[in-house]
Design a protein around this ligand. Structure first.
Ligand code: A2P
Length: 343
């Protein structure tokens, strides 16, 4: 079966990776269209060695589209995803807009593929930090149960889009040239103050909610419970932006329900789908973001049993935030839907 595909936000950081993944994974494409803002409409875009013209994302642009991959910001999805669905497209949305909607499946295929069948035209792709964490935790949970997850993240700037990657580059040059460092985007474009990310660490991703956690932290907390079908799971997150271009890292503390040894955790992760175990401290082997850039899997290392709680384990989880955290997971959702006759 050949499908008509649309990428909304085709010129963005995630949109570009979606193009690459569709080619790399040989997604069965009959026709493809590239949608972006009016600013980009009429410009050329390359795909599979051919040149295409970018169109403005409008409701009519979705006529005849089978799958619409959205990554152009929450307000664009809010307005256009229902229009696309109304015209018969299945929307796979990368933004946070629909993720917690009870009618919208929030899916990581390795964890809750079965939820896809309940869709009403829109599927949500989870937050990048959430995806890589649940891929590593699900196999542990299946074997030993899971009662608590405490995570601190070290997130790359590409999660904030092309303009944040550019801001890190410019600020690094300004530092090296001894000039004043200008900050206009991070930690959150819509917030009042901006701080440099070059040579810095920002303990704020997205804006603050009323409870003192940021929206990014609340995404990790709520989405983890929804994807894993564990509404009672104790989850807390501290999300931090670091001056890395691509690859999110996470220090995760978990508590399991049944007795497990460190060897048990190794054994489970060794064979887990989508996971690569990179843990040999005798050889200083552990995952790091510069080495996972461009790679599909979720890498896990630095596994330790807690010294005071035998049911507590510490893990270090790293993955390319634009791939498994975004574009790759979206395409895997589309592939799973094709296989399950949902497209
Ligand atoms: P454009 O390049 O025309 O602004 P990133 O996350 O890397 O910042 O990318 C955001 C993506 O969302 C870009 O492809 C951008 O297109 C697209 N986009 C932004 N605003 C709109 C809009 N109002 N309608 C459609 N696409 C948009």
């Amino acid at each position: 079966k050949q499908l008509t595909v649309a990428i909304v936000g085709a010129t963005g950081a995630v949109g570009s990776k979606m193009k690459e993944q569709l080619i790399k994974r040989k997604f069965p494409i009959k026709h493809i269209k590239f949608l972006a803002s009016a600013r980009s409409a009429g410009k050329e875009i390359e795909f599979d060695d051919k040149s295409y013209i970018i169109e403005e994302a409008t409701p009519e642009a979705f006529e005849g589209v089978d799958v619409a991959l959205f990554s152009a910001g929450g307000s664009v999805s809010a307005k256009l995803a229902p229009e696309a669905a109304k015209r018969g497209a299945v929307v796979i949305d990368n933004t946070s807009h629909f993720r917690m909607h009870p009618e919208v499946p929030l899916v990581v295929p390795e964890v809750n593929r079965g939820d896809l069948a309940k869709h009403n035209g829109i599927i949500a792709n989870p937050n990048c930090s959430t995806i890589q964490m649940v891929v590593a935790l699900q196999p542990i949970r299946e074997k030993f149960g899971l009662s608590k997850v405490l995570v601190s993240t070290y997130q790359a700037v590409s999660g904030s889009g092309v303009s944040a990657i550019e801001e890190l580059r410019t600020q690094s040059e300004q530092w090296d040239a001894g000039k004043d460092v200008e900050a206009n985007i991070l930690p959150a474009k819509s917030d009042k103050k901006h701080y440099p990310i070059a040579r810095n660490v920002l303990p704020q991703i997205d804006v603050f909610t009323e409870n003192g956690f940021t929206y990014e932290e609340m995404k990790m907390i709520n989405e983890t419970k929804k994807i894993m079908h564990l509404p009672e799971l104790h989850v807390a997150a501290t999300c931090v932006r670091v001056p890395v271009v691509s690859g999110h890292s996470e220090s995760v503390y978990i508590e399991v329900e049944n007795d497990a040894t460190i060897q048990d955790i190794f054994n489970v992760l060794k064979d887990a789908p989508g996971v690569v175990l990179q843990d040999d401290i005798s050889q200083q082997i552990y995952p790091m973001p510069i080495y996972v850039e461009g790679e599909d899997p979720v890498y896990v290392g630095r596994i330790r049993q807690d010294l005071d709680n035998k049911k507590g384990f510490h893990l270090w989880i790293v993955s390319d935030n634009l791939l498994k955290g975004a574009a790759l997971n979206s395409i895997q959702i589309a592939e799973a839907m094709l296989e399950d006759n949902l497209l």
